[in-house]
Every structure is written in structure tokens, then in C-alpha cells.
Design a protein around this ligand. Structure first.
Ligand code: S3P
Length: 185
């Protein structure tokens, strides 16, 4: 479902995956290596509301957050040469999945539960979706969410890799794809 109107080399790259898998950190690193601008959709939403995500959820509710998430992603994914990190719940919306898959190259950052659960303490304060859930409920959410991440163009398992290794893998695989499908003359 890749957009045939924009050259593959120009298409923006979108990172998806569960909260805290490293979409922002890895996205920033890939942006640096490819000399592209990085966009974190959550930060863009926070800038617009002028408050952190937890406050947006509390004050306006999740529905308002999700609507803003969709319009932000719609606008950024149609721009070229961006590296975009979207929130872990964005792909719940079919419209967002379709927008991203048809305009961008979508990478799924896959981290196993046993590795992910070690990070929970670092995430809980800033992730409203995790708050007021037990560990068992979070685990259930983690596994239920895997279905929405199955919509991607490419997947990287990051369990035993550091940020640079993941970013290098992504950049190398992009370069291979660009050379195969759009060789430089
Ligand atoms: C959410 C993930 C968060 C943020 C919001 C909701 C989710 O983004 O969009 O708190 O529903 O999974 P990260 O995946 O960047 O943590």
C-alpha cells in the first residue's frame, strides 16, 4: 500500500509500537543519520494544547486527544522526508493506519513483554493509558495491541539491540530498499 505518487526515497518514515519501546529515541537517531527532521506527534499535540498528555486526557478526555492525534498525523504524514513517531494508540484508528501506510514507510518497533516490563517504572507517570491498570491488565493490553501493529511495512525486534544498532539496521534496510526499487542513475 505504498504511495506510487511520491518517490520511495522522499517518503516520510513512521515509527509505531507500544508505549515506551523507543519510538522517539530511535526516531531521533534515524533522523540524525538520514539528515531529516524528526516529528514526535505526542509533543506536537502537547504543544498545541500547551499541557502534557496526562493533563489533556484529564481535562478534555481521550476522544479529543485521539481526534487531534488523527489530524496531526494526517498533516505530517503527507509531508516528505520526515521521520515521525506516533503514539502507541494511534494505529487503533483505521483511518490513521491507512493514512500512514499509503503515504509513508511504516516501521514497527517490536519489543517483547519480558523486556518491556522492566521499563514500566519509567513510563507510568507520563502515560495516562497505563495509570490505574494492574500489571496483569497492562500485560493484556500489551498483547491485545499487537494486532494493530501488524499493519506495517517493516518490523525490527529491538530486544537485544541498543539504540544505535536499531537505527543502523533501519537506515541500512532503507538504503537497500531504495537502491533496489529506485536505483540512482
Ligand atoms: C498512548 C501512547 C502514548 C500517547 C498517549 C496514548 C497509547 O504515546 O500517545 O499517552 O494509547 O498507547 P507513546 O507510545 O509515545 O508512549
Amino acid at each position: 500500500m505504498i504511495n506510487k505518487n511520491t518517490s520511495l526515497r522522499m517518503q516520510s518514515i513512521v515509527f509505531i509500537g507500544f508505549m515506551g519501546v523507543g519510538k522517539t529515541t530511535i526516531g531521533q537517531k534515524v533522523a540524525q543519520k538520514l539528515y531529516r527532521d524528526f516529528v514526535d506527534i505526542d509533543r506536537e499535540i502537547e504543544k498545541e494544547f500547551n499541557m502534557p498528555t496526562t493533563e489533556i486526557f484529564k481535562t478534555f478526555g481521550e476522544k479529543v486527544f485521539r481526534e487531534k492525534e488523527k489530524s496531526m498525523i494526517d498533516s505530517f504524514s503527507k509531508q516528505q522526508l520526515k521521520i515521525i513517531s506516533v503514539g502507541g494508540g494511534a494505529f487503533l484508528q483505521e483511518d490513521i493506519r491507512n493514512i500512514c501506510l499509503s503515504n509513508c514507510i511504516v516501521f514497527y518497533l517490536d519489543l517483547s513483554w519480558d523486556y518491556w516490563k522492566e521499563r514500566i517504572g519509567l513510563l507510568i507517570d507520563s502515560r495516562p493509558v497505563l495509570q490505574s491498570r494492574t500489571l496483569e491488565e497492562i500485560e493484556e493490553l500489551f498483547y491485545t495491541r499487537q494486532e494493530i501493529y501488524s499493519y506495517h511495512h517493516s518490523k525490527v525486534n529491538t530486544n537485544d539491540l541498543d539504540v544505535d544498532e536499531v537505527a543502523d539496521f533501519i537506515v541500512d534496510s532503507l538504503k537497500v530498499a531504495w537502491d533496489i526499487y529506485e536505483p540512482l542513475k
